[in-house]
Design a protein around this ligand. Structure first.
Ligand code: NAI
Ligand code: MG
Length: 502
């Protein structure tokens, strides 16, 4: 693996497709460029996969599944995954720098959040490989019934750009631990880290074809993968809009589907919360990763009696967030991932004003040095006077933009908090333990954080209620998404069945 180029070298890195253990050009010969979102300069030139490459990769993944990988012991699969986790850890500094160059996230996040969690996920699921077991079922009569948990086969995986390596880890680790093979398409905005990961899979000694990495666009490579009759499962993380397309494409072959989609999480500040802790929690909820987080606390519900005090403090602290060079270890927020995302956020500022909300701070790009003027930066932004029915309270913006809504009492709050098509996560800030648990139960969301936000662990399940998706990633629950259960019956009586006569 090579380190990221020094900033004075402007030669873009080059990547081919990773199919059947080999680095190959796309069948079409096409390539695309991926920019560094902080500067707008080209970071890498990448082979562009399309349907023909997807076909090739699915064949390779099937061959590996029916060959070496399928025959490998669970222990050896686990050992390979563990070895991979160690290789990632050894290379985590270079990978963190590349992730920041490709995505724009601040280096302290790549270094201390993304990469450690990538390592943790491969390590955690390495341990599971030998612990995927069936059950014996106490059926009546002279019968013995047991279950087998078998891999599904070839899994298609389509991932987004907000946590490129981590989203790959969430999907690859359980799929491989369970004995599947994979064809994965990274997001077109951020293929670099995943292609580097391909090199580490080779170095770890995974058999050819167990993982295949196909950078390319969603409408071409992604759509071809989702609709492919040769895959047994499609796993997707991204927009709810594309999630629906994936479910539709998969329905023709009744391919199994798991979806991790959008969110519009309520982050709830009760009047008895520790204000300083809750202000920091509100900031963690919305500014982390420039707000490009599916579980971002983008609807900030604040109790009416503390509203002024709370928003004043939040505004003051938001103004001190350091936006700029993501490679600088003191930076809190880097650029958004793309010009498209930046435009989308600016569009929502106009929508907010049009709907009658106020902009308490931010609302536009920051003034930065010459070097970063072509970057896709945006300031931490707070919308005040938001009503829960407004578009800025109902639609996923995916930026450092929070909509503050006030509530009068618990009933009013609960109704509003659950009034959304999404149900991915929620935050609650209070010192009242009874209220905290009452709300944790009443909120329709896959994850609830109490007096904390954005906590994750490889052992803890994550996924959505309602239109936030199907299934749970991480933890033992993820294995259910990558295995089939087979029920086996054996007659122990040794007698012929007498039902239709002797
Ligand atoms: P997207 O959903 O279009 O992209 C996510 C992945 O899906 C990428 O790999 C993309 O190439 C692929 N894809 C796109 N169209 C596809 C298709 N027709 N068939 C198969 N694969 C397809 O998200 P996009 O356009 O990058 O961002 C738009 C909005 O989506 C964001 O503003 C945000 O609201 C949401 N989003 C949510 C994410 C999450 O973690 N829940 C992650 C990324 C985006
Ligand atoms: Mg899209």
């Amino acid at each position: 693996m090579s380190s990221p180029q020094p900033s004075e070298s402007k030669t873009p890195r080059k990547y081919q497709l990773f199919i059947d253990g080999k680095w190959v050009d796309a069948e079409s010969g096409k390539t695309f460029e991926t920019p560094n979102p902080a500067t707008g300069e080209t970071l890498a030139e990448v082979a562009e996969a399309d349907k023909a490459d997807v076909d090739k990769a699915v064949v390779a993944a099937r061959k590996a599944y029916e060959g070496k990988w399928g025959k490998m012991s669970a222990r050896d699969r686990g050992r390979l995954l563990y070895k991979l986790s160690q290789l990632i850890e050894e290379h985590s500094q270079e990978l963190a720098e590349l992730e920041t160059a490709d995505n724009g996230k601040p280096i302290r996040e790549s270094q201390y959040v993304d990469l450690p969690q990538v390592v943790e996920n491969f390590e955690y699921f390495a341990g599971w490989a030998t612990k995927i077991e069936g059950e014996t079922i106490p059926v009546p009569g002279q019968m013995f019934n047991y279950t087998l948990r078998e891999p599904l086969g070839v899994c298609g995986q389509i991932i987004p750009w907000n946590f490129p390596l981590l989203m790959a880890a969430w999907k690859l680790a359980p799929a491989l631990a369970a004995g599947n093979t994979v064809v994965l398409k990274p997001a077109e905005q951020t293929p670099v880290g995943i292609m580097e990961l391909g090199k580490l899979f080779q170095e770890a000694g995974f058999p050819d074809g167990v993982v295949n990495f196909l950078p390319g666009y969603g409408e071409t490579a992604g759509a071809a993968l989702a609709a492919h009759p040769g895959i047994d499962k499609i796993a997707f993380t991204g927009s709810t809009e594309v999630g629906k397309l994936i479910a539709r494409a998969a329905s023709d072959n009744l391919t199994k589907v798991s979806l991790e989609l959008g969110g519009k999480a309520p982050n709830i500040i009760f009047a008895d919360a520790d204000i300083e802790q809750a202000v920091n929690g509100a900031m963690m909820g919305i500014y982390f990763n420039q707000g490009q987080v599916c579980c971002a606390g983008s609807r900030l519900f604040v109790a009416a009696e503390i509203k002024d005090q709370f928003l004043e403090r939040l505004t003051e602290k938001s103004k001190n967030v350091k936006v700029g060079n993501p490679m600088d270890s003191g930076t809190h927020m880097g650029p958004q991932v793309s010009a498209e995302q930046l435009d989308r956020i600016k569009g929502y500022v106009d929508i907010a004003r049009g709907e009658g909300a106020t902009v308490l701070t931010g609302g536009e790009p920051p003034q930065l040095d010459e070097e970063f003027q072509k970057g896709y930066f945006f300031q931490p932004t707070i919308f005040g006077e938001v009503k829960n029915q407004m578009r800025v309270a109902q639609e996923e913006i995916f930026g450092p933009v929070v909509s503050a809504i006030t509530f009068e009492n618990e009933d009013d709050l609960l109704k509003q908090a659950n009034e959304t098509i999404y149900g991915l996560s929620a935050g609650i800030w209070t010192k009242d333990i009874t209220r905290a648990h009452r709300f944790a139960k009443a909120i329709h969301a896959g994850t609830v954080w109490i007096n904390t936000y954005n906590m994750f662990n490889a052992a803890s399940p994550f996924g959505g209620f309602k239109q936030s998706g199907y299934g749970r990633e991480m933890g033992r629950h993820a294995l259910a998404m990558y295995t089939e259960v087979k029920s086996v019956w054996i007659d122990l009586s040794g007698k012929p069945i007498g039902w239709f006569g002797k």
